[in-house]
Design a protein around this ligand. Sequence first.
Ligand code: FAD
Length: 475
Amino acid sequence: MPKDFLKDARDFYDVVVIGSGLAGLTSANILARAGHSVLLLEHHYQLGGMATWFKRKGGHIFDISLHGFPIGMIKSCRKYWTKEIADSIVQLKGIRFENPQFSLRTTFDREDFTSKLVNQFGIPPETVTRFFDRARGMNFYDDQSMTTRELFEEFFPGRSDVVRMLMEPITYANGSTLDDPAITYGIVFSNFMSKGVYTFQGGTDALVTKMKEEMLKNGVDLRIRCLVEKIEVTPDRKVAAVHVNGRRIGCRAIVSNANLKSTIFKLVGEEHLDPAYVEEARAVRLNNSSCQVYMGLKPGMGFDNVGDLLFHSEHSGFDVNAMLSKQVSSRTFSFYYPETRPGSDRWLIVSSTNANYRDWVDIPEEQYEADKAALIEGTLNCLEQYVPNIREKLDYLEASTPRTFQHYTLHQQGASFGTKFEGLKVSKELPQQISGLYHAGSVGIIMSGWLGAVNYGVIVANDVDKELVKSAVPV
Ligand SMILES: Cc1cc2nc3c(=O)[nH]c(=O)nc-3n(C[C@H](O)[C@H](O)[C@H](O)COP(=O)(O)OP(=O)(O)OC[C@H]3O[C@@H](n4cnc5c(N)ncnc54)[C@H](O)[C@@H]3O)c2cc1C
């Protein structure tokens, strides 16, 4: 008999959350804390979505997306999770850029950026101040027609080196380009570059374990290996139930943390939605995907501190297409020292590159394997300049591609950061199409990444709570 992953699950919950990415987990926790009955369904055997890790023989634990997030995570985790989680968030101080235009180390905060822009790049201090103030003052309701390219042209005309320093980390962090609305850059830049880059000490496994404990304490019914196949909608367009692992489970509200387009076109079906909304949703562009190379060193074997995050590029200037190309010329290296997991004797390195899904699908299996081997080889060749003799120190090597991300998270085209900007409006308007149906998860650039996902989970949970309270039948 196959295991029943829904054993003892009820037939009805106030809320069903589909997916356990950071937005799904946060929504589930807040809603359970508010007293609603919550069922969380995750198709994978592990919680976390992209915020995840994997273990390999020899005791290696690799984190997928624990490269860095803004300081705002401390406040969000304290308020919506626990003090213990918030207290494990620590700053990464060694951020490095190495490229043909400049070589520098920064603590990635306003003060240090100002000093670099003025002293190393020769930008007048008042221009830097105006730029930071402008970026910080941007908000969602501003003019959305100005592009990031135009913003940079206004402040730093002809300075591709400055654009590179200010833009490259953001492109790695959320896939955005110079053609995206300037407000997306402003919001993310202000979050990220105000007070540095942070990480979770203990690793993603420790974080998600603590989140799981908290959810269980608050009464969330957590189920892994549960693939939601359908969201059932009534003829008058209200959510009725989810269909999962051959069962129908009724509910008053659903929060879908699955990819926005999958939620609309696969789980709901366009026949339940206004044609104009369907058209808008169809036009939403997915964000790019990623490739990673995971390198585990032999126990106890390490290297001198080379920084925490290294933005390496051989390309002459900032070029999004070059960053996405399979002919890799730009990589971000994350160096994990034993302090990442206190008590461990492991040094690990993860190299990440942005990638196009189309470059990795529809190729013969042999070619796919050969391309992965080439990705690993190219990464090691590059890394040797920072960590000499890396090949001799290595114990374990593995690569992931857009296909891997699609497989584990079901994001269409392995999208690492959800959708482009236009996805946010479509995501927010879903409850107006189907009463009781909400989407929370990486969309619109500003709602992606660890902080964006957590915060969107909070916003949506509050909307759901309000609606449930309003529509509650008085006893
Ligand atoms: C390589 C890489 C590096 C990154 N690095 C960083 C970083 O350093 N800092 C940062 O802030 N962000 C980073 N990110 C982005 C960040 O990890 C994500 O934006 C964030 O974790 C996404 O959270 P989410 O809530 O949108 O859900 P996701 O993580 O996308 O999770 C969605 C969940 O829904 C589940 N699901 C989908 N469909 C179904 C279904 N039908 N039934 C059941 N379950 C379903 C999936 O299995 C998955 O668990 C990185 C991403 C990648 C890929």
